[in-house]
Design a protein around this ligand. Structure first.
Ligand SMILES: Cc1cc2nc3c(=O)[nH]c(=O)nc-3n(C[C@H](O)[C@H](O)[C@H](O)COP(=O)(O)O)c2cc1C
Length: 390
């Protein structure tokens, strides 16, 4: 397997014969194909699989929502947009282990009885696209039912990774989110019940059926892209719940004197400080600390300034807002502007203004974009106010 628990990814692309040689398609898919769709969903529910696209929503529960709707068509969309800064796990997975993704898609499609399978992929990922195209040809030649999978490279924007924006883009509309409800599970692509699953989420499915639910519950392999100030950045497959400190040790530790903070969910989740590095990397533990997982672990060394990092993040959101909600445009611009002003003044009044602005923009907007930007800035401004950062 190209990803070995606790080893950084190498650049070996697993071929069809290698994949089949270690039981690929012949174990999990062969088993699932003979099962009722409801039994597949029940097994995934028991395995406790949660989506790897960032929100961590239980996969089987989402499937149930779409299969509960009577419909002549049901659409499965694979999300290969991966626009989160610092995240490169999906791209690496799609490039190096394309058959693991394809086998997962077959399993997901069977579980929800999909009539259409659309694979949305960031068009900047040329290596992933050619690897998947090659894998589709290999699988088809061997008689696997992959002809239904439509690989659709789409122009990259950050917001296009959000599920409703992604569905709009696939329908030829601007890549902008819509206000839910309706949820895609009831009314998604062309009005049909639609499941959007992250590329890693589906790639985990063969493991559940190959190793069994009990093994999976105990081990829960998860991909982490580790970047920033560590000696060996890369994609690491580790059990969900691995303490952050252990992951950092495996990456060779800091490439600077020490680590001052870690963003456990890319630009979307507030940082952890060194005294929190023993926290298990799981949804609940991180939620209790006001942050979360997102597949991207960004390590900030002590030679960097947290001010610069937060300002960069605020600028990113101001640039990437899709423009649909005027409040989001105004909010992200205001936060970026006030972060910039802080560099010149750095006085308690400016910090207080920033805290107030950030609070004002929390939980607002059509999607979570503005809230995410405001959360990050608020965290920084509050820490600055209490002198826990500079
Ligand atoms: C601004 C924004 C960007 C997102 N980008 C991605 C992305 O690049 N890839 C992804 O899988 N999910 C992304 N998501 C999450 C998706 O909306 C959706 O929850 C996910 O694809 C569902 O898959 P899962 O249940 O398998 O995790 C994004 C969400 C937001 C709010």
């Amino acid at each position: 397997m190209p990803f070995i628990i606790a080893e950084p990814s190498n650049d070996h692309r697993e071929s069809y014969s290698e994949y089949v040689g270690r039981g690929g398609y012949r174990t999990a898919w062969a088993k699932v194909r003979a099962m009722e769709a409801t039994a597949v969903r029940t097994a995934v529910l028991s395995a406790g699989l949660r989506g790897r696209g960032g929100a961590g929503f239980p996969t089987a529960k989402k499937w149930e929502l779409a299969t509960a709707v009577e419909a002549s068509r049901r659409v499965l969309i694979i999300n290969g947009a991966e626009g989160e800064p610092g995240s490169f796990k999906d791209r690496t997975l799609m490039t190096l282990a394309p058959h693991r993704v394809l086998e997962g898609i077959l399993i997901a499609a069977h579980a929800i009885q999909a009539t259409d399978i659309l694979f949305y992929i960031n068009d900047q990922f040329g290596d992933s696209i050619s690897s998947l195209e090659h894998a589709l040809r290999e699988a088809e030649q061997d008689g696997l039912p992959v002809s239904m999978i439509k690989l659709l490279p789409e122009t990259h924007t950050y917001i296009a990774g959000e599920e409703t924006a992604l569905i709009n883009a696939l329908m030829g509309l601007p890549a902008q989110p819509w206000h839910k409800p309706p949820y895609p599970t009831t009314q998604g692509y062309q009005g049909h019940p639609t499941i959007v699953n992250n590329a890693e989420t589906v790639a985990v499915l063969p493991i559940i059926f190959e190793k069994g639910v009990t093994w999976f519950v105990r081990n829960q392999p998860m991909l982490f892209s580790v970047s920033g100030d560590v000696k060996r950045p890369g994609v690491y497959e580790m059990p969900l719940g691995t303490p952050l400190r252990q992951l950092l040790d495996i990456t060779g530790g800091p490439s600077q004197n020490s680590i001052q903070a870690v963003l456990p969910g890319g630009f979307s989740m507030p940082w952890l400080k060194p005294e929190q590095f023993d926290t298990p990397l799981d949804y609940e533990s991180l939620r209790l600390l006001g942050t979360g997982l997102g597949g991207s672990i960004i390590v900030i060394g002590d030679e960097r300034s947290l001010y610069d990092q937060t300002r960069q993040i605020a600028n990113f959101f101001a640039q990437e807002t899709c423009g649909k909600c005027p409040l989001c445009v105004r909010g992200t611009r205001t936060l970026a502007q006030q972060m910039a002003e802080l560099a010149n003044t750095f006085n308690p009044e400016a910090v207080g203004t920033l805290v107030q602005s950030a609070k004002k923009f929390r939980h607002k907007g059509i999607c979570s974009f503005l809230d995410t930007a405001a959360h990050m800035v608020e965290e920084y401004a509050v820490a600055l106010n209490t002198r826990t950062v500079l």
